[in-house]
Design a binder for this molecule. Structure first.
Ligand SMILES: Nc1ncnc2c1ncn2[C@@H]1O[C@H](COP(=O)(O)OP(=O)(O)OP(=O)(O)O)[C@@H](O)[C@H]1O
Ligand SMILES: [Mg+2]
Length: 263
């Protein structure tokens, strides 16, 4: 993160599910006192949703309000494609905000190839050209954090632009610390037990191994039920906080004793 900030390079985070990739961008924004601008990627996302869009319904209202004679005048039509009717989407917002922002491009692996190529362009010069308005360039680039869950490989060109960091599971010690920060009411002993159990789960061949987010959820679930022990019964009762796949449930049930003891 320090190097990304110093060299003004985007940071690409890949890693397991629920290990705090998205949280990195949020934490950076908070710590640096910058605005967090988030672009959530999904299949089929295009430049309209990422960059800008014309406010079509407001343009229509405006046209209706104009008289025939006004409409014949070019300037009235030009105004329809002016800043007043421009809807800024995250990438344009980030270009405008420059280094006052942290731009989070979340789950970039979900977007398709063409969108990735387009992102590459934006990331290389941080300027956006809107034919009707002109070119808007960032005076200083925002800090960019990209995350991916590796549902597909990203292109080399995009990777080359970024610094890369793999976010794996934290050590047990570290995970206990994270749990206690997020859930200060939890006892140290309980946090340890849950972390040990989660680590045991991760060593099983689960379809969806639990992330740090699930560890925190599990501790919260046990707390809300007033449980102070982690044994076969409590694991059975609270499994839904950590295991979210039918096949995984069966596997966990078959190993419930050793999971409860973290052994
Ligand atoms: N290393 C960590 N430190 C602090 N909190 C964490 C950490 N990892 C996860 N969390 C907590 O778990 C929750 C989920 O984390 P986050 O959404 O950042 O994970 P992610 O890696 O982006 O997951 P996904 O792959 O599902 O997008 C957050 O609310 C965060 O508070
Ligand atoms: Mg995420």
């Amino acid at each position: 993160m320090f190097v990304a900030l110093s060299l003004k390079r985007p940071l690409l985070l890949e890693g397991e599910v629920g290990v705090g990739k998205t949280e990195v961008a949020k934490a950076l924004a908070t710590v640096l006192g910058r605005r967090l601008i988030r672009l959530q990627c999904y299949e089929g996302i295009d430049t309209n949703q990422a960059l800008y869009e014309w406010d079509y319904s407001r343009q229509m209202l405006q046209i209706r309000a104009l008289s025939e004679r006004q409409l014949a005048d070019d300037s009235a039509v030009d105004q329809l494609f002016g800043p007043k009717f421009l809807l800024e989407r995250p990438l344009l917002e980030a270009v405008r905000a420059g280094d006052g922002a942290v731009l989070l491009i979340d789950e970039v692996d979900r977007a398709d190839d063409e969108f990735e190529a387009f992102l590459l362009e934006v990331l290389s010069d941080f300027q956006v050209t809107i034919p009707e308005i002109g070119t808007i360039a960032a005076r200083t680039p925002p800090l960019v954090v990209l995350t991916s869950n590796r549902t597909r490989e990203l292109h080399d060109a995009l990777k080359r632009r970024c610094l890369y960091h793999w976010v794996g599971y934290p050590s047990a010690e570290r995970e206990v610390e994270i749990v206690l920060v997020r859930e200060p009411g939890a006892s140290d002993a309980m946090a340890r037990k849950v972390v040990a159990a989660v680590n045991r789960l991760r060593s099983l061949d689960l379809v969806k191994p639990p992330g740090v987010a699930e560890t925190i959820d599990w501790v919260r679930t046990l707390d809300v039920l007033g449980e102070t022990e982690l044994d076969a019964r409590t694991v059975e009762d609270t499994m839904g906080a950590v295991v979210k796949e039918r096949d995984d449930l069966e596997l966990v049930r078959a190993n419930v004793e050793e999971i409860a003891t973290g052994g």
